[in-house]
Every structure is written in structure tokens, then in C-alpha cells.
Design a protein. Structure first.
Length: 400
């Protein structure tokens, strides 16, 4: 059932009023721009409290089943709530791997026991989730994962290493891809998928310092770590199928996320507003014809992405390449975001070389930090090169 225009307006006004009244004050320390920069306990507790508050008010997980902590409402309401969160520039809802990937997966493919066990804790921010897919020696070759899970009675014994496990040091659970059958004829058939607890002996996490100087990523080591056998999702050997479904959520090709902001989003309009007074040779830099030409191209690209997202919801408009827009969404948006933030630095001229902490940096070095942070999105969930291959093979039908 769709939402009427009047219902949408009334709800938007309601959400806007709540956001205006409840938006947290500046905590006095740097907040993450994305969920991949939660690096210390202060940030963690601030964001945990904020997410719990948004959920308690009914503005998170609005389309998730009511019996598992959601709102059981039409998805359009969540879209409105998310838009108002962005408009009011409130903090992010940081538990993204749970809200956006693990949660939708459990709703779509999990058992009733798994739904009852995990979903409410994801929404309330009581249970933080991380992802155990990538490994140091295999890069983007996810199908070649070598972390072992050996069945021993009512437990699995884990040995191996995962990397880029965002918030692994804070997480209670991990969505884990591990090899249960090293002798399978196809390497993909030897993989299994686990909803694995993190707080067990034999699991160690080590934070990874990013180019921004912040943390958020970790590497995770498994040394004879024992997890209950009922952490297995589906059956042994179904891990690849479940992992591919997870990546559909991560790359935006499947709906189902609980909502909230996963990153501080800025538009080209925001950039223009913040940098319109930057001058070069006594004239606003945005009057420079070369800069204006680049800016117009970026405005067109940003608009095309927004219109493409709307078009993707109308099957008749994508009949030539039915899944093209959804499958290419991650590549288009993350690369556009990176280029736009780089352009914002270029506009600043020599001042673009200043960073967070320099009293002369514009907006406290916001754009420089945002640019460095944008690379994590072009890598996580499949690098831009991997995404280009997906477009080539699955949309254009080109050979591997």
C-alpha cells in the first residue's frame, strides 16, 4: 500500500520536528564521517546512544517486521525519515553492517530463531556487527577464502585471518565466510556462512590506522576459536550463495536496509554553498570557465545518478538491461563521490593542502578528510575494478 501525499507530508513534518528538537549538540570531539571511522569508545558510545534514540522514536527499521523490533510499516516512511536525517545533518546510524547487510539477509533467508535472536539487537545498537569476508592473501578473490571452520561435535573450530573487519574490535557478531570443505571440487562449494560471536577465546582483533590518522578497520585472527554449531546459516557448502546475497545488499542492488545515515552525505549544492567565496586572483574561483565546465559536468552526473535510482524502480524503463542500474549503482556513486570531493579540494587552491587540526583549513579540513575517507567506499564491497567487471560480464555480456 502506497503513502498518500498528505500522509507523506504530515509524516515528514513530524520527523523534521523531532530531528530539530533531538539533534545532538557538538560533543566536543571529532565524529566519524562514515561507519568505517568509529575508532574509540567516546565515538562508539555517542553513536550507540544516538542510534538507540532514533530507533526508540520509531524512525529506524520502520519496514522491518514488528515482532522483531521493527515498525512493520510501508517502506516509503523510512525513505522520508532518512531524507530528513540527511537534511538536518544529524549523526550517522553507525551499526551499518547489521542494519544494511546482516539484518536484511536474516529477514530474507534466516530462520525464525535467527530473526528472533538477532534483529532487535541490531536496531537498538546493543549488538554491533562486523564482516569477515576479505583475507590478506586473497585481495578481492573472495571465493578463495582460506579461513577454516572444522566441525567438532556441537561446535566449529576456526583458524585463519580476516582483514578490513570494520568495527571488529567493538562487534558482538560477525558475518563470516569460512571454508568447511577444502576438498570440494569447486572452491565455492567448500565455503560456509556463519553468524559468529566475537567474544570467544581465540579471536583477536587489531586496529588498522587509516591515511586520515583515524581507526575503524581491524584485522581479525582466529586461533582454535570455538563457536556453536548453530551459528551456521543455511547448510554447509551454501556459503558462497549466501555471501553473494549479502553483497547484493552491500552494493545497493537489493533493498531491505533498516535505514538511517551510514555516512555524512554532501551534495554538489553543499559544496558550492561552502566554497562559493573561495577566490583566485581576486575573483571567485567558481567564475573560472574551466572550473565551471567541470562543475556543470559533475552536476549532470549527480542528477543522472538520482534519476537512475528512480528509473530503476520502474521495470518498463529498464527492460533492455533489467538489472543494469542496480548492479552499477555502487560503482557509479562511490566514484562520483570521490571525484566530487577531490574537486572540492582543487577549488581551494593551495589551501587544499591543509588538513584537520590546521587553524587555517576551511571547515576544519572537512573536504580533505572526506576525500581520504571516500577511498574506503571504492574498495569495500568489491573494488571499483571488480565492480567494472560485474558491469561488463553481467550487464553487457562480455567474456571474463
Amino acid at each position: 500500500m502506497s503513502i498518500s501525499k498528505q500522509e507523506a507530508k504530515d509524516f515528514r513534518d513530524q520527523v523534521s520536528a523531532w530531528m530539530k528538537e533531538n539533534k545532538p549538540a557538538d560533543p566536543g570531539f571529532l565524529l566519524p564521517q562514515t561507519f568505517m571511522e568509529v575508532g574509540d569508545e567516546r565515538q562508539l558510545e555517542f553513536l550507540r546512544e544516538w542510534q538507540h534514540k532514533v530507533w526508540s522514536a520509531g524512525y529506524l527499521g520502520m519496514a522491518w517486521p514488528e515482532e522483531y523490533g521493527g515498525g512493520g510499516m510501508e517502506r516509503g516512511y523510512q525513505a522520508i525519515a532518512d531524507q530528513e536525517m540527511r537534511r538536518h545533518a544529524v549523526p550517522i546510524c553507525f551499526n551499518v553492517i547489521g542494519l544494511g547487510w546482516a539484518g536484511p539477509l536474516i529477514i530474507d533467508m534466516g530462520t525464525e530463531r535467527e530473526k528472533a535472536r538477532y534483529l532487535k539487537g541490531i536496531l537498538s545498537a546493543e549488538d554491533i556487527w562486523c564482516q569477515g569476508f576479505s583475507e590478506p592473501d586473497h585481495g578481492s578473490d573472495l571465493g578463495n577464502a582460506q579461513t577454516r571452520a572444522v566441525r567438532d561435535g556441537d561446535e566449529y573450530v576456526l583458524n585463519g585471518q580476516k582483514i578490513w573487519t570494520t568495527m571488529g574490535n567493538f562487534a558482538r557478531y560477525m558475518i563470516l565466510l569460512a571454508r568447511t570443505n577444502p576438498d570440494a571440487a569447486r572452491k565455492y562449494d567448500g565455503l560456509s556462512y556463519f553468524l559468529a560471536p566475537m567474544n570467544v577465546p581465540g579471536i583477536e582483533t587489531r586496529p588498522i590506522r587509516k591515511i586520515t590518522g583515524e581507526y575503524g578497520f581491524t584485522e581479525t585472527f582466529f586461533t582454535d576459536a570455538r563457536i556453536p554449531a548453530d551459528c551456521l546459516m543455511g547448510e554447509e557448502g551454501q556459503g558462497w550463495k549466501i555471501a553473494m546475497q549479502t553483497l547484493q545488499y552491500e552494493r545497493g542492488a537489493e533493498a531491505g536496509a533498516a535505514g538511517g545515515l551510514m555516512m555524512v552525505r554532501v551534495t554538489i549544492d553543499d559544496m558550492i554553498e561552502e566554497l562559493r567565496d573561495v577566490a583566485r586572483d581576486g575573483e571567485p574561483v567558481l567564475k573560472d570557465p574551466v572550473m565551471r565546465d567541470q562543475l556543470v559536468k559533475m552536476i549532470m552526473e549527480e542528477k543522472s545518478i538520482a534519476l537512475g535510482d528512480r528509473r530503476a524502480r520502474v521495470p518498463a524503463l529498464t527492460s533492455d538491461y533489467p538489472h543494469s542500474l542496480m548492479l552499477s549503482h555502487k560503482l557509479r556513486t562511490t566514484e562520483m563521490t570521490r571525484r566530487m570531493r577531490q574537486f572540492a579540494i582543487n577549488l581551494q587552491g593551495a589551501a587544499g593542502g591543509l588538513y584537520v587540526g590546521d587553524p587555517e583549513a576551511r571547515q576544519g579540513g572537512f573536504w580533505q578528510r572526506a576525500y581520504f575517507n571516500s577511498f574506503s567506499a571504492t574498495i569495500g564491497g568489491g573494488t571499483s575494478q571488480v565492480q567494472a567487471n560485474i558491469v561488463a560480464e553481467h550487464i553487457l555480456g562480455l567474456p571474463k
